[in-house]
Design a protein around this ligand. Sequence first.
Ligand SMILES: [Zn+2]
Ligand SMILES: [Zn+2]
Ligand SMILES: [Zn+2]
Length: 258
Amino acid sequence: MSLITLTVLGSGTSVGVPFVGCHCDVCTSTDPRDNRLRPSVWVRFDGRDVVIDTTPDFRYQALRVHIPKLDAILLTHGHADHILGLDDVRPFNFRQAGNIPVYGSADTLSIVRRVFQYVFSEAVSESSRPKLETVTIDATPFPLFDREIVPIPLFHGSMPVFGFRIGKLAYLTDHNRIPEASMALLQGLDTLFLDALRYKPHPTHSTVSESLAIVEKLQPRVAYFTHICHDLGHQRAESMLPDNVRLAYDGLTVTVDA
Ligand SMILES: [Zn+2]
Ligand SMILES: [Zn+2]
Ligand SMILES: [Zn+2]
């Protein structure tokens, strides 16, 4: 079977790490793994390049890991830290033909159309605009090139969001509740990414202990925690985790046998 490769473009929470103006041990750490851009991943399979979310750091993230082209964008939800880099797909449009498909729920795409009104406007523009084609998804698995993508319904506070499963890889971010029906979609995973913002409870994000409980139930071969704030220093936080649970960091690349 062919492989799926995932590279973490950003492992940080909505404001990134360091936090602007903060002088805590993590924000001033010299460990590069404590430098976390906003949350996103680049997934490669069958010669295709797909990103999950386009963060405000998207331009720098794409430069940093040399994303060569962009075949599709999957959006988890419409919060600023997950969509605001969408305009920065233009350099890909300049070099490749056609519109880039953007997959998201009806709610997510309605936010995208509002925030990026000029992109979808019929009016003639003198400036370059991203060439995008929105594709509305629900919880039904859908084909992406020659793969099947399984949307995983999650709750982010009261907001429904999607995680995505591709083969034995699942990427779930911005959740604090996973419905039982979604847990059933997450069986038999090799690699599972989960939101784990911090140790203290949060109304819309999973904590380290809550995500450990999810790992305990789902038993993937390995789990990575992401969407991390400055409460977690990489080395110390990871040393307290079981061997099959790691903290994601920017630039981390994992390969999963499809
Ligand atoms: Zn977020
Ligand atoms: Zn800090
Ligand atoms: Zn969010």
